[in-house]
Each structure stands twice: as structure tokens, then as C-alpha cells.
Ligand binder design. Structure first.
Ligand code: RB5
Length: 148
């Protein structure tokens, strides 16, 4: 698979480890930055990963920030992105099986490196369950840009 990765400074070290791990597993990696531990803003990198996946350049994305939360919020602003915050292999597997997550987001300050890599492996190995989840995911995709 061709996988986009991205992080802010707080997720930089884990993003680098994830990129190496994904490459070692035989996938192609598109690194959307950041490229150093210098302070940056997570919305820029969540959006970059989201655009890469939604635009079809990559088949999935992995984002890292301090908590995984802010960068997920950014990625989810891009139409067609279903980014789930994950914290272990089970949450990573379920967000693919139930939500058909095309992006996963991990918090470097919250999740240990080996647990994070196990989560990445679980997500890469899992597939969407379909069935009762199809209509729910279609409803997710139909949401967006709504002003109230
Ligand atoms: C950066 O300090 C931190 O706020 C960011 O990485 C992330 O955790 C935001 O959700």
C-alpha cells in the first residue's frame, strides 16, 4: 500500500518510527511532514495527510501529534476522510472494521512506541466489515460543511 504519514513536533519522533516500520513492512510511505522537532501547528499536517488520502495519492494515512486528537480533528475536515484516534491494536482494528477509517491518529505523549506500532500493524492488516456498518459510514461521509 501507499501510506501517507504526518505529524507535528510533538509527534515527530513517533512519526519517524512509524514511517520506518511501515516501509519495513513493504509499504510505500509519503511523508507529509513535519521534518524536524521544531515547533509547528498540527492542523497543517493533519490536513496534508487528509488531502493526500482524499485526493487518491495514498490509500491510507497515519497521523501523530501529542494526543492524536488535534491532528485527527484537522484530517477529518477534509471531505472523504474518516480519521480515528487509536491507542492500541484493538482500537485500530475496530476503527477499520466498523468505521472504515482511512486515517488513524496516535498520541506520542500518550501511547508507548511499541503499542503504537502494534496499532499500526493491526490497522494495516484489517479490513472493513461492511454489512450493518455500510449505511453508518455512508452517513458519516454525507456529513460535512454543515452550518447551523
Ligand atoms: C502540541 O503541544 C500539542 O498541542 C499537539 O501535539 C496535540 O496534542 C494537539 O492535539
Amino acid at each position: 500500500m501507499r501510506i501517507a504519514v504526518g505529524s507535528d513536533h510533538a509527534g515527530f519522533e513517533l512519526k519517524e518510527a512509524v514511517a520506518a516500520h511501515v516501509r519495513d513492512a513493504g509499504h510505500e510511505v509519503v511523508d507529509c511532514g513535519t521534518y524536524s522537532a521544531d515547533r509547528v501547528d498540527y492542523p497543517d499536517f493533519g490536513a496534508a495527510v487528509g488531502r493526500s488520502v482524499a485526493g487518491g495519492d495514498t490509500e491510507g494515512g497515519i497521523c501523530v501529534c501529542g494526543t492524536g486528537i488535534g491532528i485527527a480533528m484537522a484530517a477529518n475536515k477534509i471531505a472523504g476522510i474518516r480519521a480515528g484516534v487509536v491507542w492500541d491494536a484493538t482500537s485500530a482494528r475496530l476503527t477499520r472494521e466498523h468505521n472504515d477509517a482511512n486515517v488513524i491518529c496516535i498520541g506520542e505523549r500518550l501511547v508507548g512506541p511499541q503499542v503504537a506500532l502494534d496499532a499500526v500493524d493491526a490497522w494495516l492488516a484489517s479490513t472493513f466489515d461492511g454489512g450493518r456498518h455500510v449505511g453508518r459510514v455512508a452517513k458519516l461521509d454525507a456529513l460535512g460543511g454543515e452550518r447551523v
